[in-house]
Design a protein around this ligand. Structure first.
Ligand SMILES: NC(=O)c1ccc[n+]([C@@H]2O[C@H](COP(=O)([O-])OP(=O)(O)OC[C@H]3O[C@@H](n4cnc5c(N)ncnc54)[C@H](O)[C@@H]3O)[C@@H](O)[C@H]2O)c1
Ligand SMILES: O=P(O)(O)OC[C@@H](O)[C@@H](O)[C@H](O)[C@H](O)CO
Length: 456
C-alpha cells in the first residue's frame, strides 16, 4: 500500500513558516495542540516537532512530509482527519545544530513541551535542552519567546520556570546569571490545562486508518472526540488564535488544572490499578466492573470534589458525569497498564492532594486511599489476579520493588505499606506528613490486605 505523503494525499493549505518548536512529539501533542493550531489556521504557526529519546516518530513522519492522521473514536462513530500543521521534525540527539537554529530563529515564538511528568526535575535532560536552547536564542536573535508547558502538572508553567531558574543557577555564574536575567525579561511561562484522552496507537488503529485513507500512515494517532485546552493568556511574542479552535483563555488555570488532575486523572489512575489487578485490559472494561465503578464514583464525588474550588462556570456534577462517560467509551481501548505507568510521578499530583486535604478536614478519604493501595499492590505483586504479569514502568521501579519488600514479606499488607510510604520521592515534600498519619496507614493496610491475591 502507498504511504501517506504530499504526493499521495491532497492536503489542504499548510502553514508556510514554523512558529512553534515542540519538544516531545508524542501521540498527545499530535492529537491535541497540533489539532487546535491547525484549526486556528495561520500561515506563520507551523510546528517543528522535536523527538528526544528516540528517532522513531521523526522516522515515521519524514517520509510522509510530516502528514499524519488523527483517528477519532467516539462511542458510536469514527472519524479520520489528516493533519498538516507539522512542517518539520528533528531528532535532538542527532541534529543539535538544527535544533539550535530553530531555537534562535525569531520566527519561532513559542516553545511548547509534552515530555511526561518525569521530564520535570531540575537535572532532567529536557530542562537542560531547553536552557541551552534559550541560551542560543539569547546569544542569537535575542527575540522574546513563550515556553508553553502542556503536561499534566499542577501550575505547569510556574513549575517549569522554577526548574529553568534552578538550572541556570547551577551553571557557571558568568553564563548562568546573564541567562537568568535575559529569561526573566524575555521569556513567559503561561500555565495550561490540557485534556484529551489519547491512548497509544495500536496496529488495529493503523489498519483502520489505512482502510479509510487507502494509504499507510505510520504516524497515525487515536483520540476520543472530546478536547479541552485552558491557557493563561501571558505570551511574550504573540500566539495563534487558539480560541477560534475552542481553547479557553483565563487567568484561573490553576483551578482548572487541580480539578482535572484530582477528578479525571486521579480516577484514571484508580481505574488503571484496580482494573489491572482484576485482569481488565482497558479503562473501559475497568469502569464497566461494578465494584470498580463504585470506587471511581466514590473518589470523584466523596473524596476529590469536596477538596476543590471549582472554576466559575463549571458544572461540577456534569463534569463528573462526563468524566465517567468518557472513560466508559469502549471504542478507545486505553490500556490500564499504559495509564499505570510512572505511578511514582503521578500519585502526588493526582491523589495525594485529595488525601491530605480530606484528612485535614477530619474525613477519611477511603476511595483515594484505595487507589493508592491498588498502586502499592500493583508494585509489590506485579501480577493480576489470574497470575498474568503486570509491567512496572516507572523511573523508580527498582527502588519501589525493593521498598515493597521481599517475596516473604509480601504476604503482609503492613510491610508493603511501611516500605512504600518510606519512599520520599512519592510521600515527601508537601506530602511528608502522610507517611506518619496513623489513620491513613491503617486504612491503607486494610485495603492492601483486601487487594492482595487470594481474595475474591
Ligand atoms: N495521552 C494523553 O491522553 C494525554 C492527555 C493529556 C496530557 N498528556 C500529557 O502528555 C504527555 C505525553 O503523553 P503522550 O500520550 O504523548 O505519550 P507518548 O508516549 O506518545 O510520548 C511521550 C513523549 O514524551 C517524551 N518523553 C518521555 N519521557 C521523557 C523524559 N524523561 N524526558 C524527555 N522527554 C520524555 C517522549 O520522547 C515522547 O515524545 C503525558 O505524560 C501527559 O503529561 C497526555
Ligand atoms: O499521559 P499520562 O501518562 O500522564 O497519564 C495517563 C492518562 O491519565 C492521561 O494521559 C489522560 O488520558 C489525560 O490526562 C486526559 O486528558
Amino acid at each position: 500500500m502507498r504511504r501517506l505523503s504530499e504526493a499521495t494525499y491532497a492536503a489542504g493549505p499548510r502553514p508556510e513558516r514554523v512558529g512553534i518548536l515542540h519538544l516531545g512529539l508524542g501521540a498527545f501533542h499530535r492529537a491535541h495542540q497540533a489539532v487546535f493550531t491547525e484549526d486556528a489556521g495561520a500561515a506563520e504557526w507551523g510546528i517543528c516537532g522535536v523527538t528526544q529519546r528516540s528517532a522513531t516518530v521523526a522516522d515515521q513522519l519524514r517520509p510522509q512530509d510530516c502528514l499524519y492522521s488523527v483517528l477519532e473514536r467516539g462511542r458510536d462513530a469514527v472519524d479520520c482527519r489528516v493533519v498538516g500543521v507539522v512542517r518539520d521534525v528533528l531528532f535532538a540527539e542527532a541534529e543539535p545544530e538544527r535544533l539550535r537554529q530553530r531555537f534562535s530563529d525569531p520566527a519561532v515564538r513559542i516553545v511548547s513541551l509534552t515530555v511526561t511528568e518525569k521530564g520535570y526535575t531540575k537535572d532532567a535532560a529536557v530542562v537542560d535542552r531547553l536552557v541551552r536552547g534559550l541560551d542560543a536564542r539569547r546569544r542569537g536573535s535575542g527575540a522574546p519567546v513563550t515556553v508553553l508547558c502542556c503536561d499534566n502538572l499542577t501550575a505547569n508553567g510556574r513549575t517549569l520556570r522554577r526548574l529553568v531558574q534552578q538550572h541556570c543557577a547551577a551553571l557557571p555564574p558568568a553564563d548562568g546569571e546573564a541567562l537568568a536575567e535575559w529569561i526573566a525579561s524575555n521569556v513567559r511561562f503561561p500555565s495550561t490545562m490540557v485534556d484529551r484522552i489519547v491512548p497509544a496507537t495500536t496496529a488495529e488503529d493503523r489498519a483502520e486508518v489505512a482502510a479509510r485513507l487507502g494509504l499507510a500512515d505510520e504516524a497515525a494517532v487515536v483520540a476520543e472526540p472530546f478536547r479541552q485546552w485552558v491557557i493563561e493568556d501571558d505570551f511574550a511574542a504573540g500566539r495563534p488564535e487558539w480560541e477560534r479552535a475552542g481553547a479557553q483563555f483565563t487567568g484561573d488555570v490553576g483551578r482548572f488544572e487541580t480539578m482535572k488532575l484530582r477528578l479525571l486523572n486521579g480516577t484514571h489512575s484508580l481505574l488503571a490499578y484496580l482494573g489491572a489487578l482484576r485482569g481488565h485490559d482497558t479503562i473501559a472494561q475497568a469502569v464497566a466492573d461494578p465494584d470498580i465503578a463504585e470506587a471511581a464514583r466514590g473518589l470523584l464525588e466523596r473524596d476529590a470534589l469536596p477538596t476543590l474550588a471549582v472554576p466559575e462556570g463549571v458544572d461540577a456534577p456534569g463534569y463528573v458525569a462526563d468524566v465517567l462517560e468518557r472513560f466508559a467509551n469502549p471504542a478507545l481501548r486505553h490500556r490500564t497498564t499504559q495509564v499505570a505507568m510512572d505511578g511514582s510521578q503521578k500519585l502526588p499530583l493526582r491523589l495525594l492532594g485529595t488525601i491530605r486535604d480530606r484528612l485535614a478536614a477530619g474525613r477519611t478519604p477511603v476511595y483515594a486511599a484505595r487507589a493508592v493501595a491498588a498502586w502499592m499492590v500493583y508494585v509489590a505483586v506485579g501480577r493480576d489476579r489470574d497470575g498474568r504479569p503486570l509491567p512496572l514502568e516507572d523511573p523508580l521501579a527498582d527502588r519501589l520493588r525493593a521498598a515493597a519488600g521481599s517475596a516473604g514479606e509480601r504476604a503482609a499488607g503492613k510491610a508493603i505499606v511501611d516500605g512504600l510510604l518510606a519512599v520520599r520521592e512519592v510521600f515527601g515534600g508537601d506530602f511528608a506528613e502522610l507517611a506518619d498519619h496513623a489513620e491513613l496507614r491503617a486504612v491503607l493496610e486494610e485495603q492492601v490486605r483486601e487487594l492482595l491475591p487470594g481474595r475474591p
